[in-house]
Design a protein around this ligand. Structure first.
Ligand code: PEP
Ligand code: MG
Length: 316
């Protein structure tokens, strides 16, 4: 029965009453593209570009090498949407030539956009390569920065994109609670938000994502995390802009319904999860998703939130 439901699951992501929620793929490079196309991804919601920087620990890849890799991904989604995240170095993704070696708390140090603002030539090359890769393609390119903390960060990134002549939408990832709390201010500088729930959970709960002993606090069903998702989605709605989710949270089919109910406008996940999320979302109306979201937010723990949402959706 499950197999049949999955096989019947094709086409764009939507609730049973037709509220569209584009289902996008997280990819780590061109080799992940076939699986994304196979799963019927409507585009790429998170292209992690770190893989390009892993071959050489001493310097950034050449502009030509980057253009080639970006083009391979962009070409796979003609008319589709591809959201590229600029380099997220540091903390769990250290790079010898960029990441300071002497930080006591690398997750709270120079990482993500902070690294790029300290090394503007690396950001400039990446943005120029993206502009060249997209030239002449009908693809709908969006570019976003990891670890945006405030409006100044968002402005610095948007300025760099404009200076590189990039014809794309510029966005900010919401991975730090300050960005969720002041999402409207960040949206004065950029055109979309994308919630990175892995890091957002880490920073909300002061729970290192690499430390198994604190994994209870990394559960994306935590009501406090849902509150921050809601704040971000509400801010985007008020500004007439989009707010997607590209962290692991989007790959849990029931949580995907809750995120939809909170006002999230697209969901990006590993390709393997797309059919399950599509099939589950198609079973419920937007109003049911909103009720499930309200029930989850009223809970006091991740387990209670999950149970409450499930109870609403199963009509108990
Ligand atoms: C996240 O933090 O949720 C995210 C999508 O980025 P990454 O997992 O690559 O840090
Ligand atoms: Mg992250």
């Amino acid at each position: 029965e499950r197999k049949a439901a999955l096989a019947a699951s094709t086409g764009p992501g939507a609730t049973s009453d037709g509220h569209k929620v584009p289902l996008l793929a997280n990819v780590g490079g061109p080799s992940d593209v076939p699986a994304a196309v196979e799963a019927g991804a409507e585009g790429v919601g998170l292209f992690r570009t770190e893989f390009l920087f892993l071959d050489d620990s001493q310097k950034a890849p050449s502009e030509e090498k980057q253009v080639e890799a970006y083009r391979q991904v962009l070409e796979a989604f003609p008319e589709g949407r591809v959201v590229v995240r600029v380099l997220d170095a540091g903390a769990d993704k250290p790079l010898d030539f960029l990441t300071p070696a002497d930080e006591p708390n690398p997750a709270l140090g120079v990482r993500g956009l902070r690294t790029l603002l300290d090394h503007p030539e690396v950001l400039r090359t990446q943005l120029t390569a993206l502009a060249k890769a997209a030239e002449g393609l009908p693809v709908y390119l969006e570019v976003m920065a990891p670890m945006v903390a405030d409006r100044l960060d968002a402005k610095a990134f948007a300025d760099a994109c404009r200076a590189a002549g990039l014809q794309a939408k510029f966005g900010a990832m919401v991975e730090i609670p300050s960005a969720a709390l002041r999402a409207r201010s960040i949206l004065q500088e950029v055109e979309f938000l994308s919630l990175g729930t892995n890091d957002l959970a880490q920073y909300t709960f002061a729970a290192d994502r690499q430390v198994g002993a604190v994994s209870r606090l990394q559960d994306p069903w935590q009501p406090a995390l849902l509150d921050l998702v809601s704040l971000s989605a509400e801010a985007a709605r008020a500004e007439g802009k989009s707010c997607g989710v590209c962290g692991e949270a989007a790959s849990d089919p029931v949580l995907a319904c809750v995120l939809t109910g909170l006002g999230v406008t697209s969901l990006s996940m590993g390709a393997a999860s797309i059919p399950y999320v599509r099939a589950t979302l198609a079973k419920y109306t937007l109003a049911q998703c909103e009720r499930a979201a309200a029930a989850a937010r009223a809970a006091d723990s991740a387990d209670e939130a999950r149970a409450a949402a499930q109870a609403v959706l199963s009509g108990e």
